[in-house]
Design a protein around this ligand. Structure first.
Ligand SMILES: Nc1ncnc2c1ncn2[C@@H]1O[C@H](COP(=O)(O)OP(=O)(O)OP(=O)(O)O)[C@@H](O)[C@H]1O
Ligand code: SF4
Ligand SMILES: [Mg+2]
Length: 402
C-alpha cells in the first residue's frame, strides 16, 4: 500500500530490462518464474500485472495493489500471505469481478475478463466463486440453509423434481462434510456454529460448479479447534473437483500446510514467491523471514492455529504508506541508501522462486546458493557463487523488525 499525492498511485520503479543488479553486484534475472502449482494441473486463471488504486481525499491516491501477477492452476492452491491492509482481498475482489483493476489483465481459460459481455460475465462470476472470511456476513440471517443452497443448485444442476432437488442439496452438504444433511437444511444461520456456517458458504459456492475458488481467510474467524478440519475440507474439495484455489491468509504456517505456491504481499506488492515448503523453510526476503519467525514452530500447524500467530504480522507493515524505495526499509535492519531510494523489482532466485530485495544475497545466502542453474548472464563483478554474497551472514543484522 502506498499513498501518493500525485495522480498515479505507486512511484515508478527503475526499468532494468530483464536483469537487475543486487547491491553486492550480483546480477539476477527479472523475468517471470515458473509456478510450482503448474505441476498439479492446467492453467485456469491468470492475473497479469494487476494494480488497483483508490482515490481518497482530493489529490490523494492509495495504491492498494501494484503490479501483481500469478496463475491459478486446476487442483492446485496458491496462497496470498500478508498482513492486514496488504491488498489480499483487493486482489481477490478483482479476480471475482467485484472490483475493477486500475491496470492489468485477468484471464479465465485464456479469455480476458474485459472482453466479456453481460451474459458471459455472469457465467464468469459463476465460474469464479468467492468465499468470505466472515460466514455470518455472507449468509442472510432471515433465510434457511435450504434457501441459500436451492437457488444455485437449481441453476447449475439438472433438478427436475422436488425429490431430485432434495437429493442434490444433500449431496452438496455431504461434499462439505455437513452430515447428516437433512437436519441442517431447515436451520437458520444463527442456529449453526461458525464452522457449520462456513461450510454452508462453501457448499453454496460449490453448487455453482466453479473452476476457481477464492477463499479469503476462510478459517481465521472460526474457533481454533476447527480450523484444521475446515482446511482439510477445502483440500478434499480441491482434489475432488480439480478446483484452482486462491487461499488468502495472514498465517504463513497454514499456507505452508495447504498451498503449492506462496506469494507474500507487502504493502500491495509481491515481495517473494515460491514453492510453499521451500519458501517457508528458507525464506529469502526479510519480510518473509519476519512472517516465518512469528510462527515459531512451522511443523506444528495445530499449535500455531490455536495461538493465532498473527499479532506480530499485523503490526509489521504499519507506516508503509508514502515510503520511498523498498516499502519495507523502515523496518529492515539491512536497509541501506539504495533501499531507501530505489524500488526493488522481483528477481529470480531460483527456477520457481523470486524475491524483491536488493540485498537478498545477504538476507538469505543459503537460498541464493540453492539456485540450480544460472539465472543471469555471467557477471564478473559478482556472479552467483563468487564475491560478497558468499560471505557468512551477520546474524545480528539479519532481516526483520528493528
Ligand atoms: N473501496 C476502497 N476504498 C478505499 N480504500 C480501500 C478500499 N478497499 C480497500 N481499500 C484499502 O486498500 C488497502 C488494502 O485493503 P485490503 O482489504 O485488500 O487488505 P487485506 O490485505 O485484505 O487486509 P485484511 O487482512 O485486513 O483483510 C487497505 O489500505 C484498505 O484500506
Ligand atoms: S535489504 Fe533493502 S531491499 Fe531488501 S528488504 Fe531490506 S530494505 Fe528492502
Ligand atoms: Mg482482506
Amino acid at each position: 500500500m502506498t499513498i501518493s499525492t500525485a495522480g498515479a498511485g505507486a512511484p515508478a520503479r527503475p526499468v532494468e530490462g530483464a536483469h537487475a543488479r543486487l547491491t553486492s553486484g550480483t546480477v539476477l534475472s527479472t523475468s517471470p518464474v515458473d509456478s510450482p502449482a503448474a505441476a498439479r494441473g492446467a492453467l485456469t486463471m491468470e492475473a497479469l500485472h494487476l494494480s488497483r488504486d483508490f482515490r481518497l481525499t482530493r489529490g490523494t491516491t492509495l495504491s492498494a495493489v501494484h503490479d501483481v501477477s500469478f496463475g491459478l492452476y486446476s487442483s492446485a492452491v496458491v496462497a496470498l500471505v500478508g498482513e492486514s491492509g496488504s491488498g489480499k482481498s483487493t486482489v481477490a475482489k478483482m479476480l471475482a469481478g467485484q472490483e475493477l483493476a486500475t491496470s492489468g489483465t485477468i484471464e479465465l481459460a485464456g479469455r480476458p475478463i474485459e472482453v466479456l459481455r453481460r451474459r458471459q460475465f455472469r457465467r464468469y462470476k459463476n465460474q469464479v466463486q468467492y468465499v468470505f472470511q466472515d460466514p455470518f456476513a455472507s449468509l442472510n440471517p432471515v433465510h434457511t440453509v435450504r434457501y441459500h443452497l436451492a437457488r444455485p443448485v437449481r441453476l447449475h444442476r439438472p433438478v427436475g423434481s422436488r425429490r431430485q432437488l432434495e437429493e442434490e442439496l444433500v449431496r452438496v452438504m455431504q461434499q462439505v462434510r455437513l452430515t447428516p444433511a437433512e437436519p441442517f437444511l431447515d436451520k437458520y444461520p444463527h442456529e449453526l456454529s461458525g464452522g457449520q456456517r462456513q461450510r454452508v458458504a462453501v457448499a453454496r459456492a460449490l453448487a455453482a460448479r466453479p473452476s476457481v475458488l477464492l477463499a479469503d481467510e476462510p478459517v481465521s474467524m472460526l474457533d481454533v479447534s476447527i480450523r484444521l478440519e475446515m482446511l482439510n475440507v477445502l483440500d478434499e474439495l480441491r482434489r475432488n473437483f480439480q478446483l484452482a484455489m486462491l487461499y488468502i491468509t495472514h498465517d504463513i504456517a497454514s499456507a505452508r500446510y495447504f498451498a503449492d505456491e506462496v506469494l507474500v504481499l507487502y504493502a500491495g506488492e509481491v515481495v517473494e514467491r515460491g514453492p510453499a515448503e521451500e519458501l517457508t523453510q528458507q525464506p529469502a526476503h526479510p519480510y518473509t523471514q519476519l512472517l516465518v519467525s512469528s510462527a515459531p514452530d512451522p511443523d506444528d500447524l495445530g499449535s500455531i492455529l490455536r495461538r493465532g500467530g498473527r499479532a506480530a504480522i499485523h503490526q509489521a507493515g504499519e507506516g508503509a504508506a508514502g515510503v520511498s524505495g523498498c516499502r519495507f526499509h523502515p523496518r529492515c535492519s539491512l536497509a541501506d541508501d539504495r533501499c531507501r531510494r530505489d524500488v526493488p523489482p522481483l528477481m529470480r532466485i531460483g527456477r520457481d522462486r523470486a524475491a524483491a530485495c536488493w540485498r537478498v544475497d545477504v538476507a538469505a545466502p543459503a537460498a541464493l546458493r540453492a539456485i540450480s542453474g544460472p539465472t543471469a548472464p555471467a557477471d564478473p563483478a559478482g556472479a552467483p557463487g563468487q564475491g560478497p554474497q558468499e560471505q557468512q551472514p551477520d546474524q545480528s543484522s539479519r532481516g526483520g523488525l528493528r
